[in-house]
Design a protein around this ligand. Structure first.
Ligand SMILES: Cc1cc2nc3c(=O)[nH]c(=O)nc-3n(C[C@H](O)[C@H](O)[C@H](O)COP(=O)(O)OP(=O)(O)OC[C@H]3O[C@@H](n4cnc5c(N)ncnc54)[C@H](O)[C@@H]3O)c2cc1C
Length: 506
């Protein structure tokens, strides 16, 4: 991107004030915008407003169902740039939102509204390994694929994080950050040892267990409500030389609800005692005609064979079997769908979709009836011709999983004694139809209506802006403490947006 010229911007702002129609359409935001932009200029910040050549690209979110128009986008290179931008926004009463990888399901990085000042971390994506204590200092704009490559290729190190190479560290580490290594190493938030944070009043602080512990607690699960993280320090792990990649396919061509429910309940029971070294997901694919149990095992083949025997003993023999020893990087590429891990210089991808999640408590596993009703629902419900869907039953807990070994109140992320996070995802190749939304809602209700009142949570990184009662579903018993801290550190609501702590329900 060409660096922003403040001189040109001011000339443009004057021209912009002239057309009567646009001035009348939104006189306040127009006035506020020109004043805010002078403040950004005066502070020497690199930023864009709507006439810049990359504006279109930079304001197109991952999920094309959404579109928000920022007042301006700031591209910091230093924490002090973020401080200056937040101070300008404070001065002119503009909301601020951080945008790192831009992969939010609801375009929440744009502030969930028009007119926010967006701080885009495109130019703060450094990944630095600290050999003295085996930590990595990582800026929020770094993408997961680049983090994995840099740590592995140069230092033989690794972390547990999500599967998609393009997801940004900034959002991912803010709300959880699950991947197939998480049962062994924890969520990405569990690997955070410290962070640098810019608060709503423009103060920059360092947070850790010993410095601002309340804020350190709060940003590990609900970061965007409390500040803008300008760098994280993560604990890293020895990268495995190889892991065992595996996938077992189960076909169900006649969409039998009984066969589906038996398979999933067997997988669920097996998961209750599964060793932490196995990362596993049940993917429901091809309109429910195929269920694939797959992931990777962080150990050797003979140990894997023993564990897979117990899995197959529970779930029955599969119609397709894939078991291969793979290098760490090759396995990450495979589970990411074959996309190379390096994202540098590559154009971002987009989708048009609606997704929801359910998080299931370990003491109240899903019932046979809820799973059979779910299967019966997807076998008969109508979805638009242009839409397709998948559902993932991700095993987060069970056995000696590290995710479950952490107390529910140790970080803001509360769902620790939980077995599955289930993701329901429908996408369209054309514009979105509400029929797709109804289909996904129907899948979720088929399960929740048959769980005898068991409260099921939701995962804030699979953000669902239509979720009623999101406060307790995302944050359970941690919400009250989060709300109290939020009121103290951002009383004017500089970072306020949909589903941030303190925001009203829909
Ligand atoms: C294709 C795809 C695959 C995914 N796979 C997984 C997966 O395997 N596991 C998993 O757990 N999740 C997964 N996710 C969900 C993903 O973790 C979230 O969407 C995540 O929030 C995206 O982070 P981002 O930085 O890319 O997004 P952004 O849109 O930039 O940000 C998302 C949210 O975080 C806030 N935020 C961003 N940066 C900062 C910052 N520096 N300081 C404070 N707040 C900030 C934003 O304001 C916004 O509210 C996936 C998402 C996609 C689209």
């Amino acid at each position: 991107m060409e660096p922003h010229s403040c001189v040109n911007m001011l000339a443009f702002a004057l021209v912009l004030l002239c057309p009567l129609a646009s001035a009348l359409a939104n006189p306040i935001s127009l006035y506020s915008s020109s004043t805010l932009t002078s403040c950004l200029c005066d502070n020497g910040l690199n930023f864009e407003v709507s006439h810049n050549s990359t504006w279109q690209t930079d304001t197109t979110p991952f999920n094309l169902r959404f579109h928000y128009t920022p007042t301006a986008i700031v591209y910091p290179t230093l924490t002090s740039d973020v401080v200056a931008a937040v101070k300008c926004a404070n001065e002119f009463g503009v909301h601020v939102s951080a945008l790192s990888g831009g992969h939010s399901y609801s375009a929440s990085g744009y502030g969930s509204r028009n007119g926010a000042l967006v701080i885009m971390f495109r130019d703060m994506a450094q990944i630095k390994y600290n050999s003295s204590d085996a930590t990595a200092t990582i800026q929020p704009g770094a993408r997961l694929g680049d983090v994995a490559l840099e740590l592995n290729d140069n230092y033989d190190r690794a972390m547990a994080h999500g599967l998609c190479p393009y997801v940004g560290v900034g959002g991912h580490a803010g709300f959880g950050g699950w991947g197939l290594a998480s049962r062994n190493w924890g969520l990405l938030i569990d690997q955070v040892v410290a962070a640098d944070l810019v608060l709503a009043n423009g103060t920059a602080i360092h947070v850790s267990n010993s410095q601002h512990p309340d804020l350190f607690w709060a940003i590990r699960g609900a970061s965007s409500s409390f500040g803008i993280v300008t760098q994280y320090i993560f604990q890293t792990h020895q990268a495995p030389a190889t892991v065992i990649r595996y996938a077992y396919g189960y076909e169900n061509p006649n969409l039998s609800a009984d066969a589906f429910a038996k398979l999933l309940t067997s997988y669920q029971t097996w998961g209750l005692t599964a060793p932490k070294e196995i990362g596993i997901v049940a993917n429901v694919l091809q309109g429910g005609k195929v269920v694939e149990l797959g992931g990777y095992y962080m150990g050797n083949l003979s140990d894997f064979n023993r564990i897979s025997d117990s899995l197959l003993h529970a779930t029955g023999s599969a119609s397709t079997v894939y078991v291969e020893e793979r290098t760490w990087v090759a396995a990450l590429i495979e589970v990411g769908g074959g996309t190379p891990l390096s994202t540098i210089g590559k154009p971002d991808v987009h989708d048009t979709f609606f997704a929801k999640s359910l998080v299931t408590p370990t003491p109240s596993p899903l019932t046979y009836t809820s799973l059979a009703t779910f299967a019966s629902y997807f076998a008969h419900a109508q979805i638009p011709n242009t839409a397709s869907w998948f559902v993932q039953f991700e095993l987060w807990g069970g056995g000696n999983s590290v995710v479950s070994s952490i107390p529910a109140n140790a970080t803001a992320y509360p769902h620790r004694n939980h077995l599955w996070t289930i993701q329901f995802y429908a996408r369209s190749t054309t514009t979105w139809s509400t029929q797709g939304t109804e289909f996904v809602n129907g899948m979720v209700s088929a399960i929740t209506d048959n769980m005898n009142g068991t409260p099921l949570g939701a995962y804030a990184n699979y953000i669902d802006p239509e979720l009623a009662g999101w406060q307790s579903k995302y944050y359970a018993g941690n919400y009250a403490r989060l709300a109290a801290i939020q009121k103290e550190v951002d009383p004017r609501g500089v970072f306020m947006k949909a589903q941030n702590i303190g925001a009203p329900d829909l």
